[in-house]
Design a protein around this ligand. Sequence first.
Ligand code: PRX
Length: 693
Amino acid sequence: SSDHLRHVESMAQLPSGARRISHLNAVILGASLASEENDLVFPSHDFSRQALVSSPEQYRKMYESSIEDPAGFWSEIASQFYWNNKWDPEVYSENIDVRKGTVKLEWFKGGRTNITYNALDRNIEAGNGGKVAIYWEGNEPGDDGQLTYAQLLEKVCQLANYLKHVGVRKGDAVVIYLPMLMELPIAMLACARIGAVHSVVFAGFSAESLAQRIIDCKPKVVITCNAVRRGSKAIHLKEIVDGALIESVKNGVSVGLCLTLENKSAMKREDSKWQEGRDVWWQDVVPQFPIKCSVEWIDAEDPLFLLYTSGSTGKPKGVLHTTGGYMVYSAATFKYAFDYKPSDIYWCTADCGWITGHSYVTYGPLLNGATVVVFEGAPNYPDSGRCWDIVDKYKVTIFYTAPTLVRSLMREGDEYVTRYHRKSLRVLGSVGEPINPSAWRWFYNVVGDSRCPISDTWWQTETGGFMITPLPGAWPQKPGSATFPFFGIQPVIVDEKGNEIEGECSGYLCIKKSWPGAFRTLYGDHERYETTYFKPFAGYYFSGDGCSRDKDGYFWLTGRVDDVINVSGHRIGTAEVESALVSHPHCAEAAVVGVEHEIKGQGIYAFVTLVEGIPYSEELRKSLVLAVRNQIGAFAAPDKIHWAPGLPKTRSGKIMRRILRKIASGQLEELGDTSTLADPGVVDQLIALRDCQ
Ligand code: PRX
């Protein structure tokens, strides 16, 4: 139709070099991409007409102004929030180039604000106190609750007052280890209200991993609950915390207070282990505190939270986000990428233990005054229709999830979806890993009845918010492509030498110039921050991802290029899994690689060499997997253990992972040159052992 043509024509002017095609780079472009890049899915006319950004032209205008005048663009958005003290005339100062000294990013410096005030008080003052802030849906269908903005503020204030009472001050760290109960966002917001720095640890992490994080950030308080039901199982969270606190003490970090919520539906308090003097029941103390709590005004560049994430070495990185820029960025990205309107009911399936739960369960939506669904349970409990049951129950309009969930539900068949109405849905979202076009199609056609645009949002813990994302009414989508950059973001693709490549090409994804939501440092290790992100390609932020750009300028993320694997959207360092494996007394050496996995995106494939004289057995395999579960968490358990009497190493002793990746994925014809190996014979040995274990 002419409408479609209008779209295609104006797309040719999108600001990403689409018109400058380099033939050399076109050759490098993957063959699979070539067939998909012509597959355009258009938003309906009705959708575009009502959208905040409704055409490529409108996007282009806004994008250009965000690049030409970042200070003006971001100041205007920031001015929608309350600032107790306005920022200095200079909106940002940035040095993204490590060659020019130390990397230092600052936004809205000199400004003072409070993110909780802006998320709650400000919306209440605007007359939305009676609007539902959170619908909570428990693990068991029928177990639910809700809080209006006014009620949420009261709960937040009570906890904030309690934390102050026990001596938590501005700048102190608080570790939160909770499942998806309402108390999780409440605890985050309470910390932010008083300027305490929260560090949420995903409640699927083991005691070891929790201890590692506690030892690093030395919190004044740990907030947890006694137990949680997940599907049909009960998990004793408090016992995990007990283990972590004992381990921390051994490492010289003693946490004086463990505030524990009694989660009655999972476990009675009488059955919970208890340490007098250290442990306090939330229900015994918090409700006694006043429902009003004054706001601590926080400098824009003061820390808001720490969130640990995996890198290519064994030690997790404490990604630090500050207050002002993160607030502005999480709110603006939420609004535009989901085309948010005040009448929307929004549900993001992510856990607050990950960045998605920070920016797009808690802060982004609440800053916009949105109604958010918080779901405690598992998406396949009691059956695979649970998500759509919840969508119908709360009339969810925006549904944001991960490709791994889409694929696992797709496998169960359409029946579970089509038995529900889903008429309320209008925008879908995807995050965590590249979404394969067939999963995209199923999500679009079956879940969204070919009616709802999909925002495939590319971003990272480090970026704080969306970087490359569709604006759902603005331009046609291509299944599997995250499309174009958000306002203010200048993605570039560079070659091995760090030269920018234009037009149609593949290479390493970097970002030129800073943006308000960028992380400011790695906690306690600014040098690692610079080395990991700003040194590989001088003058740019390096994402660690590979990326292609097609003839129309669409970006296609192709996955990590470092030693990080992405399992069900969870970022796991191969070095972390290896170190867990070698902690097993019978394991001498381990090498871990990612392999393609139908549901999880990537699976974990571990080669292990045993201590001299120890025979490989099924029992040993199980205990190696258990070692990883205990050290990291169940989500990092290897899918395959491959017994390796020897590993392919160069003469200088370096493990050749390239060869291991090929063996793991069965590409035995493509092993490449093995002549540089110290002992080429180990390759045949590994291949022979591939199928007999
Ligand atoms: O490889 C990219 C992948 O997830 C990584 C970031 O992981 P994390 O910091 O845990 O944050 C996950 C939630 C933002 C990226 O380096 N990734 C995330 N979203 C996408 C993606 N890859 C492709 N497409 C996406 N939409």
